[in-house]
Design a binder for this molecule. Structure first.
Ligand code: MN
Length: 685
């Protein structure tokens, strides 16, 4: 491993690239590559670089060299740029990187965080990032980089395009969102320098898009910070009021909290349990939302304290069991508030959140809300998806299965391929980021869906085949219409059947999730194609039978130079290929291939009709009128009053005229059927 004083050098061509960018931006009109190289060398071992690497090495042994190179490039490239708050621009990527260091992330996303604004703001191209840092970091930087060069788009379209790019990139590598959310968090923290109007716009967007994204990613820590920052800008009076209440509460309850924390700590110690007890940071925005729903009053806020009890033990299994022991200790020491107990350890939330929740009454008229969990559960609760890339907890060890949990993002990007306007993506994004509700399967698994979802959404969330074969929806033991809106806590069961009628177009109006919409559309398209194929097949078979060519059905694709029968049938069904002309072309190949037949063609017409006086005369007149020469007529004796059969052998010059003649004959009064037969040898008839 290279020591901090000997970082691996950046490539020599890089200095020239940066120098040219600095000259172009007029930061330093005469700067040379050699001077930039010296700057890079100094930056790589600067106190800031040392501090970043020091932080990284607190939890990860390697990666220091990568961080030094990324910092050096970013700090030199951003030279001469300042934030609106007046600080040097490089401070921003450094703080974003620090936010990720606090999550104990691997070096790669940290390096990408340092580089995240280089391409957008400094004139150093993405290819340079790729050459210096490889494909993965390049992908992250590009995913975070805003789209540019789209000046002809409206502000709304541009924003939609940015979301689009972000979601598409994040669907493949969610680390893009970790950087993006940390970026937004720092931008929110430094928003004071911009105009009030812009502050409100960005705060609104934070509340609409970034905080819900952080929530879907399970990143509680970031989510609540984003919400509180936006809340302070959008509703300053309410923010102030709640903040004051919490402060006052904390002063007056200080002694009480100290006392019960001590008492609890002693009890835990006596039982041999290692745990930390902390006051839980409270989300002002969450409190305000609760007040809005009238579930809590300002008095209650002041009188409630919240504690985290985080149990540590080398065995996760034993730590989880200790949580229940802690609960028992708490319930024996203080009076439990009825209805306030939840066991999310035995039944985790869909976000993989695990914890025991309880509220007890403590001296001084306070209630104390406790969340009891293991260290690992605590990390998942605070950092969610980020745990997948945390050193020590990353990879398979994290229960946060992002492949599965973020499948909605892939559905969203799939869906987007079918529409041209990026604004549709934002429409699809909205329900996914809106408030969610939790329902459960009969087995007790929690499924989270946007509010307004129906059993159809639920079915597709479980599996696309369950949606397509949905036969009956059962909610809380009762059969309901599949488009019934689900409520929080509903137990939902889907009965499937092969005989289910399948999705219809009206289902599209009954779903909220993008993935359900996506699957229904796919099904309808497939079904429509299937129906078109079936109609095409019927039409072609009818025409072939009329000319006695059914045996040659399978020759049709090669006759039309198409690969597959379905290709033929779709085109016939859509009216692109005429079944009649196809049948005639096939007849042409059949009659021409027979050496004994030369023009005119000798063909045989088989007619079935109701027997009546003058029928023969009428038919003969029609055939003669079509300019067709009758060679032979055969008529087996008919049953009296029954059906008559007559077979004409004819010579015709034109196959199309022959086909028209068959039409005319079949429309004669009393004629039941007129068709070609291959031979006039009636044999046993
Ligand atoms: Mn940024």
């Amino acid at each position: 491993m290279p020591t901090p004083s000997e970082p691996r050098p950046l490539s020599p061509s890089l200095a020239e690239t940066i120098a040219s960018a600095l000259r172009k931006r007029n930061v330093d009109p005469h700067v040379t590559a050699e001077a930039v190289q010296r700057e890079l060398d100094v930056a790589a071992v600067s106190p800031t670089a040392n501090a970043l690497v020091g932080h990284l090495h607190m939890y990860a042994p390697g990666g220091g060299d990568l961080i030094r190179r990324a910092y050096a490039l970013a700090s030199v490239a951003h030279r001469g740029q300042f934030r609106q708050s007046g600080e040097e621009y490089i401070d921003h990527p450094v703080i974003v990187a620090r936010l990720l260091l606090e999550l104990s992330l691997e070096p790669e996303p940290i390096a990408a965080a340092l580089l995240h604004d280089v391409v957008e703001d400094t004139g150093v191209p993405l290819d340079t990032i790729r050459a210096e840092f490889g494909e993965a970091i390049c992908y992250l930087v590009d995913g975070v980089t805003k789209l540019s060069g789209l000046e002809n788009l409206s502000k709304e379209q541009l924003q939609a395009s940015n979301y689009y790019k972000m979601i598409v990139a994040a669907a493949d590598d969610p680390r893009v969102l970790l950087i993006k959310i940390a970026d937004r968090l720092h931008n929110m923290q430094t928003l004071g320098a911009t105009s009030p109007q812009k502050q409100r716009r960005i705060a609104r967007e934070t509340l609409d898009v970034y905080a819900p994204l952080a929530h879907r990613l399970g990143m509680w820590r970031f989510k609540s910070q984003l919400e509180d920052l936006a809340f302070r800008i959008l509703q300053p009076a309410e923010y102030e009021q709640i903040e004051q209440e919490i402060k006052w509460g904390s002063n007056s309850s200080h002694d009480t909290i100290e006392a019960i924390t001590l008492q609890l700590a002693q009890s835990l110690h006596q039982q041999g349990i290692t745990a930390t007890i902390n006051r839980r940071p409270r989300s002002l925005y969450a409190i305000w939302r609760k007040m809005e729903r009238r579930q809590i009053t300002l008095d209650q806020i002041a009188n409630q304290v919240c504690l985290h009890v985080v149990v540590s033990d080398p065995s996760e299994e034993r730590a989880a069991l200790f949580c229940y022991l802690v609960l028992g200790i708490v319930h024996r020491a203080w009076t439990q508030v009825p209805g306030e107990f939840d066991d999310y350890i035995s039944r985790p939330k869909e976000s993989s959140y695990q914890s025991l929740h309880t509220t007890v009454i403590i001296p001084g008229g306070f209630t104390c809300e406790l969340q009891i969990r293991t260290e690992k559960m605590h990390k998942i609760a605070e950092y969610g998806v980020a745990t997948c890339w945390q050193v020590g907890l990353g990879g398979a060890k994290s229960p946060w299965n992002y492949e599965q949990k973020l499948s909605w993002m892939r559905d969203l990007t799939e869906w987007r391929k079918e529409v041209t306007d990026h604004r549709h993506l934002v429409e699809g994004l909205r329900p996914e980021l809106a408030e969610q509700l939790n329902v459960v399967t009969p087995r007790g698994d929690v499924v989270t869906l946007p509010i307004g979802s129906t059993p159809i959404d639920f079915a597709y969330r479980i599996h696309s085949e369950i949606g397509n074969n949905l036969h009956r929806a059962v909610v809380n033991g009762k059969v309901v219409q599949p488009d019934t809106r689900l409520q929080e806590g509903d137990i939902v069961e889907i009965v499937t059947s092969d005989e289910a009628s399948g999705p219809g177009t009206h289902w599209l109006n009954a779903v909220r999730t993008v993935s359900a919409k996506q699957h229904i559309k796919r099904y309808l398209r497939r079904k429509e194609r299937q129906e078109t194929i079936e109609a095409g097949r019927q039409e072609l078979l009818t025409e072939l039978e009329r000319l006695d060519l059914s045996d040659f059905y399978h020759q049709v694709p090669s006759l039309l130079h198409l690969d597959a029968m379905d290709d033929v049938l779709v085109r016939v069904g859509q009216g692109e290929i005429s079944a009649r002309e196809t049948a005639l072309s096939l007849l042409q190949t059949q009659v021409s291939s027979r050496a004994d037949l030369r023009l005119p063609y000798r063909l045989v017409i088989h007619i079935l009709s109701n027997d009546r006086v003058g029928l023969m005369r009428d038919i003969t007149a029609t055939i003669a009128g079509a300019g067709v020469n009758i060679v032979r007529v055969q008529q087996p004796p008919a049953e009296p009053g029954g059906e008559a059969m007559v077979v004409f052998t004819v010579d015709v010059a034109d196959l199309e005229a022959f086909s028209d003649l068959l039409d005319q004959l079949s429309h004669q009064p009393d004629v039941l059927d007129a068709r070609r037969i291959a031979s006039d040898d009636l044999g046993g008839l």
